[in-house]
Design a protein around this ligand. Structure first.
Ligand code: SAM
Length: 290
């Protein structure tokens, strides 16, 4: 048999031996190409000092390569059917821990304290279950976990939105939400034939590098994100129309005057504003209207 789990023959053999059938509802598309995995690990900047958090190890394809390149790997898997399989496939890697938990319920901050050294760089590396890409990433970012970077395989369309810049067609509130916490870039596009079964959407690897400090100063973060979302609510509409609609007020003049006070032209569209401009806009509204 092949040496690595991440090959079509070895994967088929493991699945057959255990009578495992993929669950689409859990986003199960396993990688069967070891070169792709090693590219992801290289882009993530993993070395022998690194602690790695993996989400969804599957049968251990990526986990195995991470175990070889990193100091330690802690992986969250929700599907109980995979626990006995992982016990077997990863038996010879003593630096891997599988946590039998739903990542959306997990206390990752506590886990990091428990499993990694306090001076150890910790990275997230994962081929994510696509049906919960955004909730997983936003939860990890909002929790302000002490991780250096997150390098994740996700659907191409979402990767493009998260990394988009002003005036690009994918730019929107998700771009701002992600880039408020991290520097984002798409580092690789990945063909469908490296997965078993192939997903029905395109895939890309997104790298997020956590910022030490927020890139803009906002009076109230929740309010800032609410204003950003409001400005993109109807993409074809101007800031003026989206904000009037958002504040749902009969006093349109107040919205228009606040916009004027912000110094940002009311006829612009959300898609043209930089994060710094959104910060000015939301701070002005927060001070004058809230
Ligand atoms: N890492 C493997 C690979 O690359 O071949 C499998 C990746 S597969 C796209 C996603 C994995 O996430 C599956 O093993 C699935 O069971 C697991 N998963 C789905 N939802 C999860 C959740 N809420 N928490 C933890 N793992 C989850």
């Amino acid at each position: 048999t092949d040496k690595w789990i991440a090959t079509p023959t070895r994967t088929k053999e493991i699945l057959e031996t255990h009578g495992f059938a993929f669950k689409k509802s859990l986003g199960q598309n396993f990688i069967v190409d070891v070169n792709i995995l090693n590219n992801i690990i290289r882009k993530a900047g993993i070395d022998k000092r690194a602690g790695v958090i993996e989400i969804g190890p599957g049968i251990g394809a990526l986990t195995e390569q991470l175990a070889i390149h990193a100091d330690k790997v802690v992986a969250y898997e929700i599907d109980q059917r995979l626990y006995p399989i992982l016990d077997e496939t990863l038996a010879s890697y003593s630096n891997v821990r599988i946590l039998q938990e739903d990542i959306l319920e997990a206390d990752a901050a506590r886990m990091i304290e428990t499993y990694f050294a306090s001076d150890q760089p910790v990275h997230v590396v994962s081929n994510l279950p696509y049906y919960i890409t955004t909730p997983i990433l936003m939860r990890l970012l909002r929790d302000q976990l002490p991780v250096t970077s997150l390098t994740v395989m996700i659907q191409k369309e979402v990767a493009d939105r998260m990394a988009a810049e002003p005036n690009q067609k994918s730019y929107g509130s998700l771009s701002i939400a992600v880039q408020y916490y991290t520097e984002a870039s798409v580092v690789m596009n990945v063909p469908k034939n490296v997965f078993m079964p192939p997903p029905n959407v395109g895939s890309s690897v997104l790298k997020l590098t956590r910022r030490e400090q927020a890139p803009v100063e906002v009076d109230n973060e929740a309010y800032f994100f609410t204003i950003v979302r409001a400005c993109f609510a109807q993409r074809r509409k101007t800031l003026r129309n989206n904000l009037i609609r958002h504040f749902n007020t009969t006093d349109k003049l107040q919205v228009v005057e606040t916009l004027e006070a912000s110094g940002i032209d009311e006829t612009r569209r959300g898609e043209t504003l930089t994060m710094a401009e959104f910060a000015v806009l939301s701070n002005t509204f927060y001070r004058l209207i809230e």
